[in-house]
Design a protein around this ligand. Sequence first.
Ligand SMILES: [Zn+2]
Length: 364
Amino acid sequence: MQSRLRADLIDLMLTPGLSGHEERVAALIRAHLAALGLASRTDRLGNLIASFPGDPEAPSVMLFTHMDQLGFFVRKIEDGGLIRVARLGGVPERALAAQAVTLCLGPGRDLPGLITNKSHHATTPDEKYHVLPTTEISIDTGHASKALVEAAGVRIGTPVVYAPRVIELAGGRIAGTAVDDRAGCAVLIAVARALVARAGGPTVHLLWSVQEEFNLRGAVVAAQALRPDIALQIDLMLACDTPDMEDQGEMILGGGPGISLYSFHGRGTLNGVIPHPALVALVEAAAVAEALPLQRSAQVGVLTDLSYVQLVGEGVASLDLGFPLRYTHSALECCDLADLAGLARLCLAALARITPDLDLNRGG
Ligand SMILES: [Zn+2]
């Protein structure tokens, strides 16, 4: 499983898909599903769905992960050819200077660029420790005028992402762009591969969702259409095993998959997930049965689209699953392949435990 996960993850990381522009990622996943003989469909927002009909007496499940990534949109092209951008999503301004970027014009037409950084020899002592906000950064594509930039196909509204990149580190660790959440996408492909061969089990809808980094609500549209009883979401969890993160929690890169017991975000929004206790118990039992380590996360400042999915209809029993990730939202996020393989196994074991007698009643 791990070598396929590795290959799928690398392909997915090298395919750009800014929020609202997920088509190239979706096409890649659709091709994987088609190779498995699986039909898939998309809604008007671009959510990609593959359904596995199962026991109508058992609660139905939507297992989902997002395809999109954070980045920028072109907002202005200066006369001299430098490009100004607006940020999309939680872009870490501290980690932007001198990064390579890709302006997404279409397959075969993408334009390389770089985020400018004032020449060090002219940097004053004050400027050395000053981070520029996204509104003040520029992108240099090498074109020396606005007319040349436009002739290359760049317009206001052109999507921009970190230049897609993969670095294979020691010990099965992979660093690069958009591990959040192409790692989840690769795990979900692994789950699809296994579900093709399953006998029995609940109805499962696999969803690769859109616009998570933009407004966290793309998956809601699919949930409204699918009306699942249970929603399981796959995304990063904060690895806390570097010195700068050690106060945040106990999650360790390479320590296995995780579940979130609490997430909340109060800045600019007000939402989070406190998971359904029956699902926590179910996943804990699945991990024990599979002899998988299961890490626990409880974080303020973290939010996933599950926050909104849980509120659909009469409420959806919800749980966030995830993999530890270092250096989140930077151009070199870092995950561990063994965690992803463990997460795929955990998902499959959890799905197999969803039977008609699973009680989701909160009435006591
Ligand atoms: Zn994510």
